[in-house]
Design a protein around this ligand. Sequence first.
Ligand SMILES: [Fe+2]
Length: 267
Amino acid sequence: MKLIQVSDLHFVPPGTRLFGIDPRERLAAAVSDINERHADAELCLFTGDLADHGAPAAYGALREVLADLRLPYRLLIGNHDNRANFTEAFPGAPLDENGFVQGAVRSSAGDLVLLDTHEPDTHAGAYCAARQAWLRARLVEAAGRPVYLFLHHPPFDIGIPSLDRIRLLEQQGFAAAIEGAQVRHIFFGHVHRPVSGSWRGIPYSALRSTVHQVPLDFGDKRSMPYSYEPPAYNVILISGDLTVVHHHDFLNRDIVPPGTERYSAAD
Ligand SMILES: [Fe+2]
């Protein structure tokens, strides 16, 4: 099974740029690349920060670009989103019984469980008791099938202080909710960087934004530093007990021309 993960689109109202970048142009380039290379993917997952300030006009612009995507997709929200504006712009988005943007997708490789970690008025993530109960119920339903979790905020530190301060704060409750479940991988966004490893024995991966990035800086910065490292999306291949995550810089099409000499004299 092939999945595509795109994250942190940070859409702004039309006519506006973000750090000099047009988020709409960036996503359109990603969509075009995905259509060309990965129209066979089962699902495309957008892991939050769809809009930079959650403005209705930004979600309207996002809807227009997504109309060109040739595969099914699901949208998650992040700290920069506005849940009410999002659900108004995307009335078909599944909500749980408490109004959180959460849902489970039965895929050919297992259950994809999509979580809502948004909390108003903070950039940190939340996963309250009501959401934990919802997740536990989904994991019970999935009993026997592999589970893949998708969410915006990582529920652990990645060693970059400015990001660790705004990770998912309910770490213990979240860990308890997934304890004993067959969680094979955690996919998240938020960090605007390619990061991978494991947490409590569960592999995880994150990826760059389609817009601005966070540089690799382990210093304790008061405000978040940003960079112009290239945008990317991830291609996820799952087959049985094998999960492979490819990080793809979709704007970089520099291929070594056929016939180019492998070695040449140094200057
Ligand atoms: Fe973001």
